[in-house]
Design a protein around this ligand. Structure first.
Ligand code: SF4
Length: 354
């Protein structure tokens, strides 16, 4: 493949079609890093307000290294995949120790930092430091698979290697960051998934095998191996008639899924009462059903049936439980997106009680 026939029209297209996203307008290494981590698994439109809030609260590596974990998770609340936030902080602490609080301008050193894999190291190295390195994500693989008419499974190790090798052949010495961003942008705005690419506006259509041969609906090939495990959870929403009114929260363990986050008590057993510590359980009598909600993690689906209880008497709680007022629910305790619907319901209930 003649690399110039791809890079030239692609870079020319990008010059006039790129979206001026905040981390592109002010593309410091720190900004690029934070945005790339946030953009893993999350749409751009959803990331933008989080990005602004995060950068305003934590403007540099030192601030990120020093913030307490609870405040960090609160800043991340709603973005999901909370290990990303924890890894950001671990990486920031390493940068303070080893690199004077800067990101190292070196692909291999970036790659050793927590939470930074091949894609993110390539994106930071190329965009922030102009180092030629591939940044191959799902968008890029989709474009390349269609462009070359390649039916290798993009979810396989072989597929990832193949499209990474191809990117190495294409990436220009000059402007490697713009090239990577242009490929990603094309994948996000033109070479769309699910068989609806806007080929007639694509700068690469004259080189594209899938367009020429009518294969856009069949590429890329993605062979999914695992099905999500379904778990049924019973959720207990316990409202205390305190001043101000409050709701019972539980702190998750410091390791594993949603580590260190707060949640409404829940259990895999059928009765939500089984989720409660004994002093609370004994004063919860009348249950009112709440709507059924579901949440998808990458490997598990939670189906949640909620029940609401009201208690009058003050109770002594174990250390990993707390009664939170509406204000604390909104500003202190980080709750995962899995509980978004119940958080909305509880917020309305607490407003009514005030
Ligand atoms: Fe994708 Fe169509 Fe462009 Fe080919 S011509 S790269 S299928 S948008």
């Amino acid at each position: 493949m003649d690399a110039e026939r791809i890079t030239k029209p692609l870079l020319a297209w990008y010059s006039t079609h790129f979206r001026p996203l905040p981390w592109r307008v002010d593309a410091t290494p720190y900004h690029v890093w934070i945005s790339e981590i946030m953009l893993q698994q999350t749409r751009i439109e959803a990331v933008i307000p989080y990005y602004h809030r995060f950068i305003a609260a934590l403007p540099d590596v030192h601030a990120l290294a020093e913030i307490d974990t609870e405040s960090l998770l609160k800043l991340w609340e709603g973005l999901g995949y909370y290990s990303r936030a924890r890894n950001l902080q671990k990486a920031a602490q390493t940068m303070v120790q080893l690199y004077d609080g800067d990101l190292p301008p070196d692909y291999d050193k970036l790659r050793t930092l927590p939470g930074i894999g091949d894609y993110t190291a390539g994106a930071i190295a190329s965009i922030a430091f102009s180092i030629p390195a591939p940044a191959v994500d799902g968008n890029v693989m989709r474009v390349l698979a269609r462009l070359t008419g390649d039916n290798t499974d993009v979810l396989s190790t072989a597929g990832k290697k193949k499209f990474t090798d191809l990117t190495w052949q294409l990436i220009p010495e000059r402007q490697p960051g713009r090239f990577n961003q242009a490929l990603m942008e094309l994948g996000e705005t033109v070479c769309l998934p699910a068989g609806t690419p806007k080929c007639h506006t694509c700068p690469l259509r004259h080189e594209c095998v899938a367009f020429r041969e009518g294969l856009t609906q069949h590429l890329p090939v993605r062979i999914k191996k695992t099905k999500r495990r379904v778990e049924q959870h019973a959720v207990a929403v316990v409202i205390a008639n305190s001043t101000p009114p409050s709701v019972l929260l539980h702190k998750r363990a410091e390791t594993g899924l949603l580590a260190g986050m707060w949640e409404f008590p829940h259990t895999l057993s059928e009765s939500p009462l089984d989720a409660l510590p004994d002093p609370v359980k004994t004063v919860c009598t009348n249950a009112e059903a709440l709507p059924v909600c579901k949440h998808l993690f990458s490997h598990i689906e939670w189906r949640m049936a909620g029940a609401q209880y009201r208690i009058q008497t003050p109770v002594t709680l174990p250390a990993d439980y707390v009664f939170a007022s509406l204000e604390d629910l909104q500003s202190v305790y980080p709750l995962p997106g899995a509980f978004r619907r119940y958080t909305e319901i509880v917020s309305k209930l607490l407003v009514k009680e005030i």
